[in-house]
Design a protein. Sequence first.
Length: 162
Amino acid sequence: MGFVNGSLSAILCLIIFASSSLASPTAYEKLEEYNLPIGILPKGVLGYELDPSTGKFSASFNSSCSFSLEGSYQLRYKPAIRGYVSQGRISGLEGVSVKLFLFWVDIVEVVRSGDDLEFSVGIAGAGFPVNNFEESPQCGCGLDCNGVKVIKLRSNPLVGSY
């Protein structure tokens, strides 16, 4: 009887291990597969869809998500975002905006260029070091939750226009 119980336990462990290793990658893991940092998505992605043949993706949150980074950049994510992902690039982005002066403008593209990320709002853009995006910000408080700053956002001193 001990052998049967032991064998049954071993089989159950194998099934649990196999099913956990077959789990779908998270949206954050998928970003890393495309050479993009996880921190361009805030914490709380409920689900995502990705068509690997076209790169078309969508991701969903429980509700709108907004936060401030270093007190200077206010970002807002709609409950659903979409676009196209390829190696080091997100294009046709919809659902993410940044507040510039008094106006909200859509971020339409994110491009990794070496150790920098370039964010485009159409006619203008700004670059930041990739290591600024090692951690995902949290809705409501960004990277400064409970009074503890996770990282400091450093930007390139020049804002470029296209």
